[in-house]
Write a protein that binds this ligand. Structure first.
Ligand code: NCD
Length: 306
């Protein structure tokens, strides 16, 4: 069976174009499978997966769990708030104890940058990064890219705007790597305080003005303000932020006429996006992103199996 070129799925940064094509091809197959009356396949019947979430999550955790169930794997779930981590156990000890139960794959979300990379060097299992601090969230970018391809037919040549809290966003980083690899032009838009220094080195154009940044864009990807990662005061108020950076129909008009909106969730209505716009099925791809997330995660898991 065809497999990914990497041993662990730690970030888009480590994948090549063949890996991406393989994931998309497999995900498109699973998209069809999960719309059948019988949604389950036996692909991972003898595989055990541990979902280790050291940081809050709704969508990503449920999406991985459902993907694992649809592939018939055995699952154990761990959430840091209810665990011995609170009693002072180290990450390696926690994971090694879980692996002693014969786990094949670890899906991990962690607040620390590089937690997955660190773990992959110390434990004997395949690691899938479900978000590490502000660094990467590879499966989110993969599902975003596939959502765009399904609607626009391609990514190459498109102009994609990523707007909001770029500084603290792993979704932004993974998407910048992936959209660039697939041949899109990427604009990032944020207030100065939420724009990483030297972001242009990642191959993007940066803007502090929505009008200029959205000009001619095919896709407008909105991000949440990551208040939990803010160490000081980055904004004067949510109201002012909404006025300058909240996506409203007026601001969307700066983009192309057929521009589509995306958001990884959770969404803060009235902060980064107008509530009606968020629900407008003519322009918002939010539900499609969630739906494709399960197929993309099934594809990632399958392409890792021993
Ligand atoms: C994102 C995350 O956790 O990085 N959400 C998600 O995975 N669906 C974005 C966010 O939390 O704002």
């Amino acid at each position: 069976m065809k497999q990914l070129s990497v041993e662990h799925l730690l970030g888009i940064k480590y994948l090549n174009k063949n890996d991406i094509d393989l994931i998309f091809e497999t995900a498109n197959h699973f998209k069809e499978v999960i719309n059948r009356p019988i949604k389950k396949v036996p692909s991972l019947r003898d595989i055990t997966i541990a979902n280790l979430f050291f940081e809050n999550s709704t969508r990503t955790k449920l999406s991985f769990e459902l993907a694992e169930k649809r592939l018939s794997s055995d699952i154990i779930n761990f959430s840091a708030s209810q665990s011995s981590v609170k009693k002072g156990e180290t990450l390696i000890d926690t994971v090694n104890n879980i692996l002693a139960m014969k786990v094949d794959i670890v899906v991990m979300r962690h607040p620390n940058v590089g937690a997955g990379v660190f773990l992959s060097k110390h434990v004997d299992a395949k690691i899938i990064n479900a978000g590490d601090g502000r660094r990467e969230h590879p499966t989110q970018a993969l599902l975003d890219a596939l959502t765009i391809i399904n609607r626009k037919g391609k990514i190459e040549g498109l102009k994609i705007a990523i707007c909001g809290d770029i500084l603290h966003s792993r979704v932004a980083r993974s998407n910048i790597y992936l959209m660039n690899m697939l041949g899109a032009e990427v604009n990032v838009i944020a207030p100065k305080t939420l724009m990483p220094k030297s972001i242009e080195r990642m191959g993007v154009k940066s803007f502090t003005d929505m009008k200029k940044g959205l000009d001619g864009c095919d896709i407008v990807m909105m991000l949440r303000l990551q208040n939990e990662r803010m160490t000081s005061s980055f904004l004067s108020s949510n109201r002012e932020y909404y006025e300058y950076y909240g996506l409203t129909p007026d601001k969307l008009a700066y983009a192309k006429d057929d521009a589509l909106i995306m958001h990884p969730g959770p969404m803060n209505r009235g902060v980064e996006i107008d509530t009606k716009l968020a629900d407008d099925i003519n322009v918002s791809l939010v539900k499609e992103q969630v739906e494709l997330g399960v197929a993309v995660r099934m594809a990632c898991l399958k392409r890792y199996c021993k």
